[in-house]
Write a protein that binds this ligand. Structure first.
Ligand code: AHR
Length: 501
């Protein structure tokens, strides 16, 4: 059996786990908003049309911030279409997803939903087809208390108090040729700088995210970040990273090790940001907003031949409804480990997305809502990872992967909240269990509070409409504590969280 040994010490820390690390993402895409979170007429919907069964699941998931309204959608969006009397709102073409946007849900409704689920709004502005003027008007509408035509409009639309939105994204994936208004780094950097300076004049409290690369495999990756940051360094707070992973050609070992790629991505962007900091002789540090990350079978989506016609613009079609397996959940757990191990530089992150669209939650119109497999590592980590992220000293046997070569058989992260230590473990060995020991001596823990995770004899088992609870959290009864050392046996291809106190 493979072995791994971890040493944890209260003096070896990475930094505070910022709560925004456990964010989500809601885009106007497919059945995410309409027939997902919002379904008037559904038995569980309130008078506002929002499904309360979904609200309860989102609360259980524990998302702290929610990025909205896109994604690619935002690059053609007119925020003004989504405010005012619902019956008077225009139906518009959504070019990003070749759909019809009814605008039944807009800023006010979404903020109301966020109040139901208890999360913070992270709002993206359209820098695809629009620019600083429209962003200025939106910030004024959202954040200025009173005294102008835009704030009077907000009050007339039912909201006297400002929304007070702090986190703003300056566009979405502007490096991607698929993006409406796609630009080169030079042009986007200038536009983002201009927009950031303008909206800060309205509200200096804003925290601004500039677009980094859509993935580490973009041909412009690295250079994009450098050029954009050279233009915007003094104007913004965070640079975004986006990454999606999938199991390719049955190569489960490489897939489970996707966190290796995420580690490299984060570290490269940090290096680039710090390089620009040096060039600018700046005291300011730019951190990362990893505001789209997940497992997504993107290659399957790209392979589907879709012919769009000018007379076919469906409302809320079924798009990107990936059904997640145990292997996907174990990979998501590994990606959360990577984020925790970079808690010093990743200020916020958004699991993309939340409901129906590559989401941990699925719904059926008029029917039930259920947890996908990926729900479990997220909900457990969002709750258990509190306080300070600890620097894990890891001594592990290697496992060989086709994509990343030899990698440690176990990926691990740990946190300390002042009274309990939580250890997050992923076994990347696809066929064999791994024996883990964790030296916790200086924490002097007395007992194992919980040891639970996701694994299954069938790594491709899923939850679906017919079997919504086929996969769930399991308890690992091998966890034991003696003389300050935790021992646990991790099943093959598994993700586990252990809390000791
Ligand atoms: O999350 C789905 C899409 O992925 C988003 O709209 C876009 O930003 C990314 O390419």
């Amino acid at each position: 059996m493979a072995r791994a040994h971890l040493t944890l010490d209260p003096a070896f820390t990475i930094g505070p786990v910022r709560r925004r690390l456990f964010g989500g993402f809601v885009e106007h895409l497919g059945r995410h908003v309409y027939d997902g979170i919002h379904e008037p007429g559904h038995p569980s919907a309130g008078p506002d049309g929002f499904r309360r069964d979904v609200v309860e699941l989102v609360k259980e998931l524990g998302v702290t911030t929610v990025r909205y309204p896109g994604g690619n959608f935002v690059s053609g969006y007119h925020w003004e279409d989504g405010v005012g009397p619902v019956a008077e709102r225009p139906r518009r073409l959504d070019l990003a997803w070749h759909s019809t946007e009814t605008n039944e849900v807009g800023l006010h409704e979404f903020q109301h939903w966020l109040e139901l689920v208890g999360s913070e709004l992270m709002l993206a502005v359209n820098l695809g087809t629009r620019g600083p003027q429209e962003a200025l008007e939106l910030v004024e509408y959202a954040n200025v208390p009173a005294g102008t035509a835009r704030t009077a409009q907000r009050a007339a639309n039912g909201r006297q108090e400002p929304f007070g939105i702090t986190m703003w994204c300056l566009g979405n994936e502007m490096d991607g040729p698929w993006q409406l208004g796609h630009r080169n780094a030079e042009d986007y950097g200038k536009l983002a700088s201009m927009t950031a300076k303008a909206i800060r004049q309205v509200d200096p409290r804003l925290e601004l995210v500039v677009c980094g690369s859509s993935s580490r495999s973009m041909p412009t990756f690295g250079e994009w970040e450098r050029v954009v940051l050279e233009h915007t360094y003094d104007d913004i707070d965070y640079i975004s990273c986006h990454a999606y992973y999938e199991e390719r050609d049955g190569d489960l070992a490489s897939f489970l090790a996707s966190g290796v790629d995420m580690d490299a991505f984060i570290e490269s962007v940090v290096a680039t940001a710090d390089h620009v900091r040096a060039l600018k002789r700046s005291d300011k540090r730019i951190d990362i907003s990893f505001d789209e990350w997940n497992v997504w079978y993107l290659s399957r989506w790209l392979e589907q031949s879709r012919t769009f016609t000018v007379d076919d613009w469906p409302v809320a079609p079924r798009l990107l409804e990936d059904v997640y397996s145990v292997a996907d959940a174990v990979t998501v757990g590994g990606l959360l480990i990577s984020l925790l191990n970079h808690a010093d530089r990743v200020a916020s992150a958004s699991l993309a997305q939340l409901v129906n669209v590559i989401g941990p939650i699925m719904t059926e119109p008029g029917g039930p809502a259920w947890r996908q497999t990926t729900f479990f590592p997220f909900s457990v980590t969002a709750r258990a990872a509190q306080g300070i992220a600890l620097r894990v000293a890891l001594d592990a046997d290697p496992v060989t992967t086709a994509v990343y070569g030899d990698v440690p058989v176990v990926a691990a992260a740990a946190t300390f909240d002042g009274s309990s230590v939580s250890v997050f473990l992923q076994n990347r060995n696809v066929t064999e269990a791994t024996s883990v020991t964790v030296d916790l001596g200086r924490f002097m823990p007395a007992r194992v509070v919980a040891a639970r995770g996701v694994w299954d004899e069938d790594v491709h088992a899923v939850n679906d409409l017919r079997h919504p609870e086929r996969v769930g959290l399991r308890s690992n009864d091998t966890a034991a504590l003696a003389d300050g050392t935790l021992t646990i046996e991790l099943p093959p291809a598994s993700w586990t969280a252990v809390t000791v106190a």
